[in-house]
Design a protein around this ligand. Structure first.
Ligand code: PEP
Ligand code: MG
Length: 588
């Protein structure tokens, strides 16, 4: 049977891009060209009238954006809709508006010319930034600029077209995506944009397959043309052959069948054939994912990456804003629990300062940064405590590398508790405090660290990179990033055994737990709890139900006795074929 790489290797009708949102779609192109606005720079005589027009256009644009903001909140949750709130703030920027008005009075030019010129200045500054993220934001602002200009001309924003099409556009703003999604758009393809663009993020959360950053899809594709969009691998095939269509139809049907088949596992517990139950928890990266968690059959949230909030709202949330977010999540997941991880800022994540570290992954990251910034740390701790009235929040510390960091953190937490008690603010006095074990020093001292806290969670994403000295995001050394290295297995075994010795529960929340190939091995190593992305939970339950715990223990023992990764892989593959388990490393 052909594989995806066979299909793409020989295809001359392919356009390559970035896989921004997963899924396979076959359909017709709709070229969404945003009419280029010719800006009128004519002189005016009635300055008063021009200023009145400007204020009306701003007001109208604000109303339109408020509407988009309301749709966004409904579809994506309050936090992520913050993208639009940020855009609304530009319409309220009194310095910007003041400058535009002053220039209309002085230069006596059409307001649309001044608006275009002033907002373009903002954009140019952003485009010139070295941060990919800022460049993306410049694109969002284009939308506001065009909207004001259209409203100055009393023209309506046009977004009506047929349903069920594949939108192809140079770029799309988050607002475009939301409005277009109401027309049951099947997929998005854009010339520009990257994985970090908000348009890509929104496509993923709306579950609309997307390929971005194709450079020239708008030049290569025509209205009504047939295309296949592969949001898993980041390719578009135009005028597909019969053979290609049947290949992708089969993959698409397979995907649907697989999802149906897995539905039955949603409400089941994760139990091996011989009755060993594994606790299945969910990882939550963006606030909107909570709905998926509720329907995934997870027994709670094992990792909430709170630092994602900073990316979603593009700033540090205040203590009160955090309370709103955490309290909502905690009450939605109740009576199950949520593990809120303290901000893991640094490394390849949100940057707090302008300062460039020579080795960010070995630098001021996670707990180290929080201990250096007690105000930020305390605000988060107080927010977590204030949200804990249901007694279903656990608090977890990232990147712990020394015992004294744990002591220091516990002292700060206890100070925050005293502060709230003095003010008679209720909170859960017994809130559990745990740590991520993701730095080799924490693995080596796992027993002593476990003695100090209520639970451990193994972060294999970082643990593997630090054990093997391999940057987790660097393709050049990716073959050394070996989750099945004996070094990794022996370290996992030690952490699991040490936490049992200390009598403390241990879970694993790195991507390794979502690799179905690793599942029997992790169970065999004695792991009784895992936290993975909600969509993967039914797959994990299916795999767990297809082997005996006692066999997985023997298999793990064998793996621990070999000295190379290939040897471990072979033992695991034999276990899969002996137990007739279907490998689902990739979804399709
Ligand atoms: C990990 O390191 O395994 C982990 C879960 O944390 P993150 O991926 O957020 O660094
Ligand atoms: Mg980590």
């Amino acid at each position: 049977m052909k594989s995806f790489s066979d299909v793409y290797r020989n295809a001359e009708n392919k356009i390559a891009g970035i896989a921004a949102a997963p899924g396979i779609v076959i359909g017709e192109v709709y070229l969404f060209t945003k009419e280029k606005l010719e800006i009128n720079d004519a002189d005016i005589t009635d300055v008063k009238e021009a200023k009145k027009n400007l204020l009306e256009a701003l007001e109208k644009s604000k109303k339109e954006f408020n509407k988009i903001f309301a749709i966004a909140k409904e579809k994506m949750g309050e936090t992520r809709a913050g993208i639009f709130e940020a855009q609304l703030m530009i319409l309220d920027d009194q310095v910007l508006i003041g400058n535009i008005i002053k220039r209309i009075e002085k230069e006596k030019k059409q307001p649309e010319f001044i608006v275009d010129d002033e907002i373009s200045k903002y954009q140019n500054l952003m485009v010139m930034s070295h941060e990919a993220y800022m460049k993306e934001r410049a694109n969002d602002i284009e939308d506001i600029k065009n909207r004001i200009v259209r409203n100055l001309r009393n023209k309506r924003w046009k977004s009506k077209f047929r349903n069920d099409v594949i939108i192809v556009s140079e770029s799309l703003t988050p607002a475009d995506i939301l409005l277009l999604s109401r027309n049951k758009v099947k997929s998005f393809i854009t010339d520009h944009g990257g994985l970090t663009s908000h348009a890509a993020i929104i496509s993923r959360s709306l579950n609309i397959p997307a390929v971005v950053g194709t450079h020239n899809a708008t030049l290569k594709l025509a209205d009504g043309q047939n295309v296949i969009v592969d949001g898993f691998h980041g390719y578009v095939l135009f005028d597909p052959t019969e053979e290609q269509i049947s290949f992708f139809e089969e993959k698409h049907n397979h995907l649907i069948a697989l999802q149906k088949q897995l539905e039955e596992f949603k409400d089941k517990r994760a139990v091996t054939k011989d009755g060993k139950e594994i606790q299945m928890l969910a990882n939550v990266d963006v606030t909107g994912e909570i709905d998926l968690v509720l329907t995934s059959g997870a027994k709670g949230i094992g990792l909430y990456r709170s630092e994602q909030i900073l990316d979603e709202i593009e700033t540090i949330p205040s203590e009160d804003e955090q309370v709103k977010i955490y309290a909502r999540l905690a009450s939605r997941i109740y009576p199950d629990f949520i593990t809120i991880r303290a901000f893991d800022i640094g490394g390849d994540k949100f940057k707090l300062f302008d300062y460039d570290e020579p080795n960010p992954f070995l630098g001021l990251r996670g707990l180290r940064l929080l201990l250096e910034n007690p105000k930020l740390f305390k605000e988060q701790i107080r927010a977590v405590l204030r949200s804990s009235s249901h007694k279903n929040i656990k608090f977890m510390l990232p990147m712990v590398s020394t015992l004294s960091e744990i002591h220091h953190s516990k002292k700060i937490i206890s100070d925050c508790m005293d502060e709230l008690s003095t003010k008679n603010i209720p909170f859960d006095k017994d809130m559990e405090i745990g740590i991520m074990v993701e730095v080799p020093s924490a693995a080596v001292m796992a027993k002593e660290f476990a003695d100090e806290v209520d639970f451990l969670s193994i972060g294999t994403n970082d643990l593997i990179q630090y054990l093997m000295a391999v940057d987790r995001g660097n393709e050049l050394v990716s073959d050394l990033y070996q989750e099945f290295s004996p070094v990794v297995l022996r370290t996992l075994k030690k952490i699991i055994d040490d936490s049992k010795l200390a009598g403390k529960p241990v879970s694993l929340c790195g991507e390794m737990a979502a690799d179905t190939l690793a599942m029997p091995l992790l169970v065999g190593l004695g792991l009784e709890s895992m936290s993975i992305s909600p969509a993967t939970i039914p797959y994990a339950k299916k795999i767990i139900a297809s082997f005996n715990y006692k066999d997985s223990k023997l298999m793990a023992e064998k793996c621990l006795s070999v000295c190379d990764e290939e040897g471990v892989q072979k033992i695991i593959e034999k276990f899969f074929s002996d137990n007739k388990i279907i490998r689902t490393r990739n979804i399709i």
